[in-house]
Design a protein around this ligand. Sequence first.
Ligand code: ADP
Ligand code: MG
Length: 738
Amino acid sequence: MDWYTDAYRACALPLAEVLGAQAAKAFEALRVHTVGDLLTLIPRRYFKGTELTDLASVLPGEDVAVEAAVKDVDIRRSHNTGREWLSVTLTDGRGTMEVTFFHPNIPKAPKKADSIFQYWTDNFSRAKTGMFIGKVGEFNGQLQMSHPTYVIFDAQGKLIGTDKRDDSMAKLTEGGLVGIYPASAKLPTWKIAECARIALDTFPDADPLPEWVVEAAGVVGEHQAYEYVHRPRSEDDGEVGAYRLRFDEAFATQLTMAYRRADAANQQATVIQRREDGLLASFDAKLPFSLTDGQIAVSETIFEELSQPRPMQRLLQGEVGSGKTVVALRAMLAAVDAGAQAVLIAPTEVLAHQHYHTITSMMGELAEPPLFGSTKPGTDVSILTGSLSAVAKRNAALRIASGEAGIVIGTHALLNDKITFANLGLVVIDEQHRFGVEQRAAIANKAAHKPHVLVLTATPIPRSVAMTIFGDLEVSTLRELPKGRADVQTVLVDAAKPAWMNRTWERIREEVEHGRQAFVVCPRIGDPKHRKKSEGPGVIELAAQLAEGPLRGLRIGVLHGKLPSEEKDAVMEDFASGKIDVLVTTTVIEVGVDVPNATVMVVMEADRFGVSQLHQLRGRIGRGQYPGLALLCADIPEPEKHVETRERLAAIAATRDGFELAELDLVQRREGDVLGERQSGGRSSLRLLRVLEHADVIAKAREIAELAVARDPNCETPGFKDAVKATEMITDTELVQG
Ligand code: ADP
Ligand code: MG
């Protein structure tokens, strides 16, 4: 890979070339492979030898760095073995912890062993405070740490000793500060610091960003930032340095997005003028409900953008059931009216088929191509998914290629090279978070002109996250649910109490007796032979248990992702048409499934699901006129250890506001999860930027990126070229997996 700037070239250098193969190998476990990776591995915090750790917050079994005062030093001797150890009592002013160093007792080298023991004893007798890194144990109810990595200071704050009898630790404290890196057993924090400094000393002092960007951002130079982070002289240094490095990450993604937006604005798109006498008008005339204000407003924005010669790039987010599909369908009909084709891509087969059924039934006779000579509006609606028979696929492909199919619905199968469109004008992508930028591009490339793109997502996305992941899209939001939507009550069920579970199944019976239907969601398909002790039954086993036990006599169906897709469709259809009372299912029904007659959902092992997942699941009920009931069953034995889980479940029970829940979700989940699979693993992750926490950095980066594109529309600045290329490399690798 050729880079345009020295800084990027230096960052891309394999670690082995700077540190040697052995050291480089040790860093692999930390996902650090290049000089850039190492330099952006920054201390979690800095230790300055004066603050004391609250020992009450330290738990046995943890790997910690404890900062404490030395209270007492004592040499002890075992009555049984005669072996000696040095016992150092640490204190935070309230509690205490014991640090022990055992006499090495090396029979062949008694002198050496003695001198080490003497060294420890001498050091600690003068020590006032210190930092101790290691695993905390417990002995006789007392916190204890054995042979930790340490640095100790005298009363004047001067470093007087370390566990290494060389000066590596001493070097770390040149500025009186010790960085605490995310260390491992093989790579203690001082070793990481040492390596980072070696790498830094080979690093060019030439900022890849132009001076005006550095100034506008109010950040220090790049080399300075690395210096500050790895060789801090004052407490503020670390933060000032880290800020620049976070800005770099934010700026690179924002710059890429800004160039993409500019690029899209320069593309030629099919102009889609709304007509008063076509499919859309006929569809609107027979719509059985009136659109919500939100649906009308978003539709207006969309129609306005479709009428422009540059492609729309819009993300529509809205609660499950807020009516996004209707908005999307109206845009698709407008496209067909304008003589173009529209495609809707869903992330799974189940969803694609569900959309197909919903759309064809909403359209009614409009979903039939007009006969020769007829002026009645209508178009062919075709579905194409991977599991169709070869013949069905070929026929669909022909209708798509000829333009006969005005509306096309499908899955990733549509991305296949063999699929061509006669005149693709609009692409709608449902549930974007499973779809990447490159896939969006792959489908867009099937159009002669750049198609308009509308992305739908039911996961509410905070603004800073949207800017990072969907920065090339404008965002619209549907905040209200259609009127008349029934309420959904959510109740937590203690699964450890048989009476509660019995009541749960009874509720299902009652609903079914009233003609309603129910979902029972399980976290797994489940093979009873391989089930772990902590796991409940999977769908297959549970369905059998329910059929023989509490739900005997009800019509029970089973749905999961491993079923052949015809079977999946058949089960879904039977459930939709009321031939099945209770659907025992995995999360394949998570998104998009629409059965208004389903009123109860029981979620087994609800503690295994995340906030947004539970919220999505719950969105499957209360879609019709009947109130819904979600029963979240969980057996959470030790309350102290599962505060987060309880909080999560309680929050879901307390609110139906998806935006509120999305925030909680972000706080509870790791950032990598938030960004989807594509952001985790490899060198693709944002290393320092936390999209929620650093929203201000992202916003500033976006502003400056806009200026950058205005000043350098062709992306000729070497640092910009590198930043964009690096970001694109990331998206490429992400999307191979995605
Ligand atoms: P989403 O895609 O956002 O989950 P849908 O478009 O699938 O929501 O709408 C959910 C249900 O609400 C569907 O049955 C749909 O027909 C119905 N619906 C959509 N808009 C309205 C509205 N304005 N008034 C009443 N019902 C509506
Ligand atoms: Mg939908």
